[in-house]
Design a protein around this ligand. Structure first.
Ligand code: PMP
Length: 359
């Protein structure tokens, strides 16, 4: 059969799938709930129209790389641009993982990492979160001390919102010569900025994306920050011209006013607090606020609740199949009206939390 031609590590992979992506209230992919303004779109489109479409985009878009680096106190040589940060996860593992390479991942976490490690023949070392879904820092320290395992820390972690702080990551990076990869896709929603670690630690690589707090998931734009010598090597397996004129012009317009989209994260953090407070008042077994733009809730009725919400046009993510997350739903923070709608529906379905007995 023709599929015999596909290498075994790939045949062994499960496909990355996502069901039911349309609903009037879409709270399943941790996107920004509001579209960017018309003026921004017009500005980008005008600039794209002014470019020659018959020519390849810049091979090395120096201004964009320098501009992104400068946001984090780094030179452009420390930056790789990706068609989404996902593409850079792929490039990173293509450059650093071969048969037998050990890569430690939090468990549970974003499923793409394990797929990319496996596709390169590597061995995933699952590091379970603690029972309260915080990072088990001692376990990570022990793996760093082994000195033979790359560490990938997602902070804030998807789908739990768990964080490590800069001192904890710096400690890990100082204990090993292997890579310490930090996926900060949700950085702007959390308490830490881990990008400054790159300047101090030659083995730390930080991933950032325009898809979440910048509100530009459709554009597919992300970047990797790391020491220039690492960036040069990883750049060899990143395809040339991976970001086209559209992505590059979006980056340029963003860089002219780097704080233009800060309000998205500010609003979503405030809405997360409001959502958590109201969900905590309902009859869930657990509500995990986390430090990202989503909240995790647990109820034995998760499957039924998912279906009832979807029937009412509200799409959340059932993450019950993840390790430690049996009966959990992940709810992305939406607009105030969307959050009100999901709370109203959940209140009708589950009712208020039983009030504690007075002592
Ligand atoms: N990292 C994490 C932890 C994510 O949750 C996601 C999006 N689901 C990504 C990376 C992907 O980001 P991008 O759109 O930049 O490829």
């Amino acid at each position: 059969v023709t599929t015999d031609n596909i290498i075994q590590p790939v045949r062994d992979l499960g496909a990355y799938t996502l069901k039911a992506t349309v609903a009037p209230i879409k709270l399943n992919q941790n996107e920004s709930p509001v579209d960017v303004d018309e003026a921004f779109k017009r500005e980008v489109l005008d600039r794209v129209a002014a470019r020659a479409w018959n020519r390849y985009p810049d091979f090395y878009p120096r201004d964009v790389l320098d501009g992104l680096g400068a946001l984090h106190g780094l030179s452009g040589d420390s930056v790789l641009l990706g068609n989404g940060s996902n593409e850079l996860i792929q490039a990173l593992f293509a450059a650093t993982v071969e048969a037998g390479t050990r890569v430690a991942l939090p468990s549970p976490t974003f499923t793409l990492y394990a797929m990319m490690v496996a596709a390169n023949g590597g061995e995933v070392v699952h590091v379970p979160l603690a029972d309260d879904l915080t990072y088990d820092v001692d376990a990570w320290r022990a793996l760093a001390d082994r000195g033979d395992t790359h560490l990938l820390v997602c902070s804030p972690n998807n789908p739990t919102g768990s964080v490590m702080d800069a001192a904890q990551i710096a400690d890990l990076a100082g204990r090993t010569q292997r890579l310490v990869i930090v996926d900060e896709a949700y950085a702007q929603f959390g308490p830490h900025d881990l990008a400054p670690l790159v300047a101090a630690h030659p083995n730390v690589a930080v991933l950032r994306t325009f898809s979440k707090a910048v509100g530009l998931a459709a554009v597919r734009l992300g970047y990797l920050l790391c020491a220039p010598d690492l960036a040069r090597e990883i750049g060899k397996v990143k395809l040339p011209y991976n970001v086209g004129v559209f992505g590059l012009e979006v980056a340029r317009v963003c860089l002219e006013a780097p704080h233009r989209f800060d309000g998205i994260a500010d609003t979503l953090r405030a809405e997360r607090a409001r959502l958590v407070e109201r969900l905590t008042g309902l009859a869930f077994d657990d509500v995990y606020p986390g430090a990202a733009n989503f909240v995790l809730v647990r109820t034995p009725r998760a499957a039924e609740v998912f279906d009832a919400l979807y029937a009412d046009g509200i799409l959340v993510r059932n993450v019950g199949h993840y390790p430690m997350l049996a009966n959990c739903l992940r709810i992305s923070v939406g607009t105030p009206a969307e959050n009100d709608a999901v709370v109203a529906r959940l209140t009708a379905l589950l009712g208020a939390a039983p009030t504690a007995e007075a002592p």
